[in-house]
Design a protein around this ligand. Structure first.
Ligand code: ATP
Length: 135
């Protein structure tokens, strides 16, 4: 069993999709290990997205992710990292994510792609420390 860090990003919260995302996680057979609604400060967002520092969209991305409340979750289960990536769908909600995925069903824009999921077990442990330092 492994853990992954999931965010329902501010667009997902604003659109009332928190329950929808959690329902899909639970139906997949994954378990919630932590859950918090909060507005991220810049330091947290910059740590989370450190790998994108310097890219053209980095400033917009940090503004967006700190721009309203989000829901951070730790999700646990067998192959939790790839399992949630499968539920989320590809980064671009139209060009990459297929219908049946969270992004494919609900998104249209790359920046406003509703959810984040860690891309490896190592990233997950790094990100869990950022969002849930006491876990
Ligand atoms: P996440 O890390 O959020 O799960 P991802 O791993 O699918 O997404 P990354 O390539 O790591 O995608 O990009 C991180 C986030 O940055 C994306 O989810 C998206 O919100 C934003 N992003 C990525 N590429 C672009 C772009 N070209 N223009 C605007 N925003 C982008």
């Amino acid at each position: 069993s492994e853990r992954t860090l999931v965010l329902v990003k501010p667009d997902g919260v604003a659109r009332g999709l928190v329950g929808e995302v959690i329902a899909r996680i639970e139906r997949k057979g994954l378990k919630l290990a932590a859950l918090e609604l909060r507005t991220a400060d810049r330091a947290t967002a910059e740590q989370h997205y450190a790998e994108h520092d310097g890219k053209s969209f980095y400033g917009d991305l940090v503004d967006f992710i700190t721009g309203g409340p989000l829901v951070a979750l730790v999700v646990e289960g067998v192959r939790a990292v790839p399992a949630f990536r499968q539920l989320a769908g590809g980064t671009d909600p139209v060009e990459k994510a297929t219908p049946g995925t969270i992004r494919g069903d609900f998104g249209t824009e790359v920046q406003y792609n509703l959810v984040h999921g860690s891309d490896s077990a190592e990233s997950a442990e790094r990100e869990i420390k950022i969002w849930f330092p006491n876990l």
